[in-house]
Ligand binder design. Structure first.
Ligand SMILES: CC(C)(COP(=O)(O)OP(=O)(O)OC[C@H]1O[C@@H](n2cnc3c(N)ncnc32)[C@H](O)[C@@H]1OP(=O)(O)O)[C@@H](O)C(=O)NCCC(=O)NCCS
Length: 263
């Protein structure tokens, strides 16, 4: 199984700038997935074990599709066969590719939510990605209080329902993208992540996060469908992510460039 690269020189395009990032997005529909995804053909025994235990079926399908896509995408950058890629999780944190120390690693972050997955790939900067499906369910008081700071609550609470849903998901995906780029995930308190909805800069004021990782994050947010919000965070002191967007067909064998940087 191979994915046809939509661009010659993927690695070179990442190496060209400190803030270059590629974002691969896929929409998943059970009917259009090839059988080899269901059969977990590209996955290792650990991924197969996780998939076997996942319920309901939609969650299992998303796990299988997003992990197959992750391997197909990373294979384009590494030249390693998708089923031969090896991952490690250091200190219980973010998964990374097993990489020889001699060259710059290919870095990635994976996210999946109802109907959509996304993979961010960088070389020179750490990256994190988060996707969410818009839902009014998040507007209950408990969710807002455990995720937003006092000033963010003040901004979101007076909004009409549809505006509040959008504002919350923008903030939430931006916060989670930063925490995934740092590698703590939700072990750090999302209320401590400052991500102005308008500005691209972000910082983390949580004492559990190493001091040098608390500042220097830039985030951008996209709406790839009318139902989904995706944010990408990268480590950069000055520039916002230089993002190139690719869209995978549900068959996972073809991808096309959807947005070039600065479009
Ligand atoms: C990582 C985490 C933020 C993911 O949140 P999520 O919205 O459920 O899931 P997403 O789809 O956005 O991301 C999942 C992917 O993130 C990656 N990931 C896992 N741990 C990560 C970490 N510490 N940092 C960055 N990325 C991580 C994996 O690739 C994972 O994919 P998989 O579940 O298919 O293997 C969350 O699970 C977390 O914080 N975990 C660590 C702390 C913890 O276990 N807390 C208990 C729950 S509060």
């Amino acid at each position: 199984m191979k994915l046809k690269a939509p661009l010659v020189g993927l690695i070179e395009s990442l190496d060209a700038s400190e803030t270059a990032a590629h974002l691969w997005i896929g929409l998943v529909s059970q009917e259009r997935l090839p059988q080899w995804v269901d059969d977990a053909t590209l996955l290792d025994s650990r991924e197969r074990d996780i998939a076997r235990r996942l319920t309901p079926a939609d969650n299992r399908t998303m796990f299988l599709a997003s992990h197959a896509a992750l391997r197909l995408v990373l294979s384009l950058y590494t030249g390693t066969e998708p089923n031969e890629l090896r991952f490690e999780t250091r200190h219980g944190q973010r998964p990374e590719l097993v990489w020889s120390a001699e060259s710059l690693p290919v870095r990635f972050s994976l996210t999946h939510t109802s109907g959509l997955f996304a993979v961010a790939v960088t070389r020179r900067a750490a990256c994190g990605v988060d996707a969410e499906q818009l839902s009014t369910g998040v507007l209950d008081g408990a969710t807002l209080r455990t995720t937003l700071s006092a000033s963010e609550l003040e901004r979101v609470r007076p909004l009409q329902s549809s505006e509040a849903v959008m504002a919350f998901h923008r903030l939430w995906t931006r916060k989670e993208a930063v925490l995934k780029a740092i590698g703590t995930g939700l072990r750090a308190d999302p209320r401590c992540v400052s991500v102005d909805a308008e500005d691209e800069g972000a910082s983390v004021n949580d004492p559990s996060v190493e001091l040098h990782l608390r500042t220097g994050w830039r985030v951008c947010t996209l709406l790839p469908t009318s139902d989904h919000v995706v944010s990408v965070a990268i480590r950069s002191m000055k520039e916002k992510p230089h993002l190139m967007l690719f869209e995978l067909e549900p068959s996972l064998d073809v991808a096309r460039i959807r947005v070039e940087p600065d479009e």
